[in-house]
Design a protein. Sequence first.
Length: 254
Amino acid sequence: MQHLVRKVMGALAAATLFCSLAAAQSASVTRFDSAIQQQVTNKLADKSEFRNVRASVDDGVVTLTGTVDVYQQKLDAAKRARKVEHATGVRNLIDVTGPAVSDAQLQAQLSEKLRYDRVGYDNLFNYFALGIKDGVVTVAGETLTDVGRDSALSIIQRTPGVKDVVDNISVSSVSPFDNDLRLRAARAIYGDSVLSRYSLDPAHPIRIIVDGGRLALYGSVNNAMDKQIAGIRANQLFGAFSVENHLVVDKKIG
């Protein structure tokens, strides 16, 4: 019986100590709240684009509310708040209330910008698919490098009319095997006398995606025969585990 009493008393003591420590920690964080709020307010006041943004702090967590004109500004405001000493987190509730742009207009604008992004670098090996609903942009696809992914996201985030961004972009494998297959695929496709014309307009290349030995073709071609030839050239490559031909026939291309 005495042993049981000692165990119960020990458990109660431990619980009391835990609660005391938790309360002390919460009190320690809370005592910085006013200073954190003032620092965040000062950092936001440095830029005119944050003139309608407000900050409140509770237990070290900064809550941002208000409005900005462009989605990138919402991200930038949160970034500034995170840099404040003793801030333990940021809840970003800022609304993007910039110019009204229809989903169709936004789709056309972003598609055009992304087609020409990274021309002369890795444009040929990047592919993006956009879905837009009420200003919320969902972007999927694959890029050769993190730079290509970050560049595409930057374009989207800075475009007026974008309210939010869902990033589903993946980055291709950097294995020597995939790199070799990627380059051989480019030579085989663009070295073909029929397909070489698709290298003339950087906005409409046949995009070559390789990941783990799996090769996929995206983009648009002028006719069904060109799509078939591209598929044949890709299937002739030694070492490709699989080939998927997602090329779309668009008679305005070419």
